[in-house]
Structures are given as structure tokens and as C-alpha cells.
Design a protein around this ligand. Structure first.
Ligand code: THU
Length: 157
């Protein structure tokens, strides 16, 4: 017998960076600034990420590419692994993500599956929800209040 089940995803949208609560606005602004440190000579797609720790510290990351393409790393994992390496006893409470085109326009960066898996584990490691703020087209921000919304049924053992 088959039991059909349905999963729904809850998310919030803000119309602009300016309309975010103060701490989130500062986090998104840090992610926007972090796009300047991207090393993206192959894709020309600069991604910035900023992780908020439970003591208010912000750790940023950007995509770091390599001529051996798979050796490069996305902005999200660069930020989360830097946070884990430098602040192993701090939970990550929020992560802001944005991308910038070579023309300088801010655009959506919806995180890849591998980054979502790392976000899921970062949330589990921190023992509290990890909110994710994603810049979307038109200047808006999409927010999920935990990583489960981005990766249901994530791998764990
Ligand atoms: N990239 C990120 O850094 N984060 C994302 O969410 C999507 C993709 C990077 C990887 C690569 O350097 C470039 O963007 C193009 O895929």
C-alpha cells in the first residue's frame, strides 16, 4: 500500500535589503561587500556569503575558483568552513548570500546542493536554527528560518 505524503516549505520575503531587521541588513551588506573578494576568473560570477555567529561575530566568504574546476569552492562553504575553523565553539545563527555579475549587478545566488548539505550539518552542529537569507531578483530577500526548508531529507547517519 502507498501512503502519499506532502511536504510544504515556509519562507519569508522582504522587498529590499533596507527593509531587513538591523542585524540581518548588516549581515547582507557584509555578504555584498564579500563579493569583492571572490576569485572567479572562470565563471565571472562573484558570490558573497556572510555567517552570523551566536556572539554577533560576522565571518565572510566568497567563491574561490581553480583551474581544476572542481577544486574551487562556493562562497557559502568558504564562509561556513572559515567559521568552523576559526570559531569551533560558536553556533552559526544566520547566513546571507548574494551574487554579483561582471557588470556589477547584484543577482540571486540560490545555494547549490553541496552547500545545502553543509548548511544542514552546520545547523545540527550549532544546535539551533540557522536562518538563510538569499538575495533574489528585484532587490528582494528570501529567508528560510532553518536549513530543513532548503534540504529536506538531508543525509545523516
Ligand atoms: N557559486 C557559489 O559560490 N555559490 C552558489 O550558491 C552558486 C555557485 C559559485 C561557484 C562558481 O565559482 C561560480 O559560482 C559559478 O558556478
Amino acid at each position: 500500500m502507498t501512503t502519499e505524503k506532502e511536504l510544504s516549505i515556509r519562507y519569508n520575503e522582504y522587498p529590499s535589503v533596507e527593509s531587513l531587521p538591523d542585524a540581518d541588513r548588516r549581515l547582507m551588506e557584509a555578504a555584498i561587500r564579500a563579493t569583492a573578494a571572490a576569485y572567479a576568473p572562470y565563471s565571472h560570477f562573484s558570490v558573497g556569503a556572510a555567517a552570523m555567529l551566536d556572539d554577533g561575530t560576522i565571518v565572510t566568504g566568497s567563491n574561490q575558483e581553480n583551474v581544476a574546476y572542481p577544486s574551487g569552492l562556493c562562497a557559502e562553504r568558504t564562509a561556513l568552513f572559515a567559521a568552523g575553523a576559526q570559531h569551533p565553539d560558536r553556533a552559526v545563527t544566520a547566513l546571507a548570500i548574494v551574487a554579483r555579475t561582471p557588470e556589477g549587478n547584484l543577482v540571486e545566488a540560490s545555494p547549490c546542493g553541496a552547500c545545502r548539505q553543509v548548511m544542514a550539518e552546520t545547523q545540527k552542529r550549532g544546535g539551533m536554527p540557522l536562518r538563510v537569507l538569499m538575495y533574489i531578483g528585484g532587490g528582494g530577500i528570501r529567508e528560510v528560518e532553518g536549513t530543513d526548508a532548503l534540504l529536506p531529507f538531508s543525509f545523516s547517519f
